[in-house]
Ligand binder design. Structure first.
Ligand SMILES: Cc1c2[nH]c(c1CCC(=O)O)Cc1[nH]c(c(CCC(=O)O)c1C)Cc1[nH]c(c(CCC(=O)O)c1C)Cc1[nH]c(c(C)c1CCC(=O)O)C2
Length: 340
């Protein structure tokens, strides 16, 4: 496992061309994903079916030969384990029962072990099925991002309901985040024990927090996860993706102790290079350049490679690939990176 390229980068090595994978690389832009998704029934049925979840995880590896596979699941399986009424309505995204302050102390985190067993089974199967050189990435949502969906009950443009909840009920928010942090740490430990080489913590909504809230809600709970995971697995490799964190990424890495920071597409490359002096960085092509293709794609890729080639870098998008991304553009992206 130590030789897998992406793990070497997480250890601080410079590898060129950089190991490459794409957030949401298993998804609706692939016809084979749409077919398996149809077969599964609902989206959650797909997440909890080890045969089909293994299949969709492997699809982008077979087609493109990415350097890493990411477990197929969703960050919202944690609130699902807490029985928060999660459903995925086609075209509308996730819906949950908005949580009230008085419900927080009645949550039952112990349900997670049994509930998430099929996801852990998927990790084990993947390690057996993947080519030896392919890194297997496990993941969870960061407590703050998961909490934003639990509080609003759905996605919102700026997660105002969760921000207001935090200002009005700071103690309840701290308790909710602490519960999610412990559950997430246990979940990541199980993924690593089942065969994941490293894990990523997705904080997609970190960028809506002000500085003090970022410290309390984005840094604190993620540090708790990192510390707890490393107490069980001392050399666990962890990528933190705090989308929209901008200049706070330096403190984020220092205080949480993650091995690599994920960069969204708005992070200036000059700053990315500064961050690289502290350790590995991952990112950060604008997903829309992948849709556009041609010069927009080539120039975006070249600028990232040129700026980050002398330090530890994992090539990725600055956020997930979208259903509109043409398959030929993904092929062109990989050719450009690998210089073929
Ligand atoms: C916020 C968030 C979620 N889920 C996730 C995040 C954090 C990353 C991000 O910001 O994109 C993370 C996630 N979701 C999914 C993965 C699988 C692994 C991967 O390929 O990266 C991962 C890592 C599958 C998925 N999760 C979802 C899909 C699409 C569902 C479908 O097939 O119908 C996939 C492939 C659904 C989902 N799940 C979520 C939303 C808001 C939606 C609806 C939006 C959409 O439809 O794209 C919650």
């Amino acid at each position: 496992m130590a030789d897998r390229k992406l793990v070497r980068v997480l250890n601080g090595e410079t590898v060129f061309p950089p190991p490459t994978w794409l957030m949401r690389q298993a998804g609706r832009y692939l016809p084979e994903y749409r077919a398996t998704r149809e077969q599964a029934g609902g989206f959650l049925d797909l997440c909890y079916n080890p045969d089909l979840a293994t299949e969709v995880t492997l699809q982008p590896i077979r087609r493109f030969g990415f350097d890493a596979a990411i477990l197929f699941s969703d960050i919202l399986v944690i609130p699902d384990a807490l029985d928060r009424g999660l459903t995925f309505v086609k075209g509308e995204g996730p819906q949950l029962t908005p949580i009230r302050v008085d419900e927080i102390d009645r949550l039952e985190p112990n349900r997670a072990e049994t509930h998430l067993a099929p996801v852990i089974a998927t990790v084990g199967r993947l390690r057996d099925a993947l080519p030896d050189e392919t890194t297997l990435i496990g993941f969870c949502g960061a407590p703050w991002t998961v909490a934003t969906y639990m509080i609003a009950g759905h996605g919102t443009p700026d997660q105002a309901p969760a921000r207001l909840f935090g200002y009005r009920h700071p103690e309840a928010m701290e308790r909710l985040l602490a519960i999610l942090a412990e559950m997430s740490a246990d979940y990541l430990i199980r993924q690593l024990q089942a065969g994941a080489d490293c894990v990523q913590i997705f904080d997609s909504w970190a960028g809506v927090l002000d500085e003090a809230s970022f410290e309390a809600y984005a840094i604190g709970p993620v540090k708790r996860i990192v510390d707890r995971v490393r107490a069980a697995i001392p050399d666990a490799k962890i990528i933190g993706f705090a989308k929209g964190a901008g200049p706070l990424l330096k403190t984020y890495r220092e205080k949480t102790g993650v091995n690599a920071v994920g960069l969204d597409w708005q992070v200036p490359l000059s700053f990315a290079k500064e961050l690289q002096a502290q350790g590995a960085v991952q990112g950060n092509l604008d997903p829309l350049r992948l849709i556009a293709g041609g010069k927009a794609l080539e120039e975006g890729v070249d600028r990232i490679l040129e700026t980050l080639k002398d330090g530890p870098h994992i090539f990725n998008l600055g956020h997930g690939i979208t259903p509109e991304a043409p398959i030929e553009h993904v092929e062109a992206l990989l050719k450009r990176i690998r210089g073929l």
